[in-house]
Write a protein of this length. Structure first.
Length: 506
């Protein structure tokens, strides 16, 4: 019959091995690890795979012990209940007294062994002891209903016991109490045997599982090792992309990012090589001229001729200085193209006034009317102020160089819809339609012009414009009253308002 009183959990008697394994478990995250300490991907994956396993294993042992006790208790409980029922069936009322008439020795019924001690009790109508041991504690409930024995945990002489009690029905008399109690050693021993049968194989399976995980991780990370070897075998000048198809799918994005880095590195190195080659080529002419003028001045004895030579040396030095400054400006602009520029909201109208003011003295020296036409309200764009100032300065310088004396140059800021537009217009000879796409190339100069210059100003303009997500275009002014001097209009259109996102690098 099933228990009417649920068994209470007893102290666990489990092997100490789980605690030992817990100590050997590697933590999934080391709080003592320094932030700058390099971590191992292999170790990290191993931690996250083994740590849950080693945490769950002691829980499995505990659950196994509880289940083992649930398995071990029912056979002993059934035997205990059957013994109590057997004794109760042989309790009789004769000659005014309660008697136990079993017909055989009770010890044969209880069948004691070396691992368990068993006691029984039979009480009379007035609660007197009829047979058995008086040390068995009485049940706490007052239910005297006859029927199947009821089971409970109790204590005898400080030791925990399992007690089955029932009420024996007598003829024309009230029922009397019959109890059988036994110690728990046999139950615990059986539970431990069940646990050993489950846990011992785990001592073999768990190390084998760790070994298999180790081998699987080693095999799984082998493509990373192969990729590392391929990269190490590369020559320093080899910047070709890595075949992402040969890499595992999980690290393909990493390979693609590395290929992107290689592409940007190649582009940066190409820019540097081109800059060095162009600078070396362009510096040959002014340096050779300076050397020639210096040698000529050393041979002069006439003060007037000497002064003329020194004047030419000063002019050549000024040209060389300007060339170097423009080369540095171009290198600076190209270098910043590979970085995220520090941008801020810039009032283009105010910046145009300031830049035009800086060029007024040169315009007066060249007898050119330099004017500014900007909006009264602010015309804000997102950009790097120094780069925008460099761009506008090169546009004005280009206009002043190609505009003859008596002409005019106008810097204009206007708004076209939601876009801010910067224009620099001059009254020079203009640029033919076929030449316009090429004037932004470094060191390119339109043939037939006698204007001194290096051909770098508009290249700097294009580089800065691209960094600010803007567009530069060349137009012929609408006035067109002089066919010999139609003029040219450079228009820079900023595509984004200051409320939008900042400019991105190209």
């Amino acid at each position: 019959m099933p228990d009417q009183t649920s068994p209470q959990p007893r102290p666990l008697v489990a092997p100490a091995a789980p605690a030992t394994v817990q100590k050997a478990a590697r933590p999934s995250a080391n709080p003592l690890r320094r932030p700058d300490e390099q971590r191992s991907l292999f170790g990290e994956i191993l931690d996250w795979m083994l740590a849950p396993l080693l945490v769950l294993w002691p829980m499995s042992v505990t659950l196994t012990f509880v289940v083992a006790q649930q398995i071990a208790d029912p056979p002993f409980d059934r035997k205990l209940a059957e013994t109590a029922s057997l004794i109760a069936d042989h309790v009789e009322f004769r000659q005014g007294a309660v008697e136990l008439r079993l017909g055989i020795d009770v010890s044969e019924v209880l069948r004691p062994d070396a691992t368990v001690s068993t006691w029984y009790m039979v009480l009379g109508l007035r609660g007197e002891l009829v047979a058995g041991d008086a040390e068995i504690p009485l049940p706490t409930d007052n239910d005297t209903t006859t029927g199947a024995p009821r089971l409970r945990f109790d204590k005898m002489s400080g030791a925990e016991v399992r007690v089955a009690h029932t009420w024996a029905q007598l003829t024309n008399q009230p029922p009397v109490l019959v109890q059988v109690a036994e110690t728990l050693e046999a139950r615990t021993q059986l539970a431990n045997e069940i646990i050993k049968g489950v846990i011992v194989p785990q001592f073999i399976v768990l190390p084998l599982a760790v070994l298999l995980v180790w081998l699987a991780l080693t095999r799984g990370l082998a493509p990373l090792t192969a990729l590392q070897a391929r990269i190490r075998r590369r020559r320093p000048e080899d910047r070709s992309p890595i075949d992402a198809r040969a890499a595992p799918e999980e690290i393909a994005p990493l390979v693609e990012s590395f290929n992107d880095l290689l592409a940007r590195l190649s582009a940066s190195l190409q820019v540097q090589k081109r800059f060095i080659a162009d600078a070396a080529h362009q510096m040959k002419t002014p340096l050779a001229g300076l050397r020639t003028q210096s040698e000529l001045a050393l041979r002069q004895t006439d003060p007037a001729e000497l002064r003329r030579s020194l004047t030419q040396i000063a002019a050549a030095t000024e040209r060389a200085t300007r060339l170097i400054n423009q080369l540095l400006a171009l290198a600076r602009a190209e270098h910043r193209g590979a970085e995220v520029p520090a941008v801020e909201a810039v009032d283009l109208a105010q910046l145009t006034r300031e830049v035009v003011r800086d060029w007024v003295s040169q315009a007066i020296e060249r007898q050119i009317d330099l004017g500014v036409d900007v909006m009264a309200e602010a015309a804000e764009v997102f950009g790097a102020p120094l780069m925008l100032r460099e761009m506008l300065g090169n546009l004005i310088d280009n206009a002043l160089r190609y505009t003859p004396a008596g002409g005019s140059v106008t810097a204009r800021v206007l708004r076209d819809g939601g876009q801010v537009v910067l224009e620099v217009e001059d009254t020079g000879p203009g640029i033919a339609e076929g030449e316009r796409p090429r004037v932004f190339e470094p060191f390119y100069r339109v043939l037939g012009t006698q204007v001194e210059g290096s051909g770098l100003g508009l290249a700097i303009v294009r580089e800065i414009v691209e960094q600010h997500d803007a567009q530069v275009s060349i137009h012929t002014p609408a006035r067109g009253h002089d066919q010999a001097l139609p003029g040219v209009l450079f228009r820079v259109r900023f595509a984004q308002a200051p409320q939008a996102t900042a400019p991105s690098r190209p």
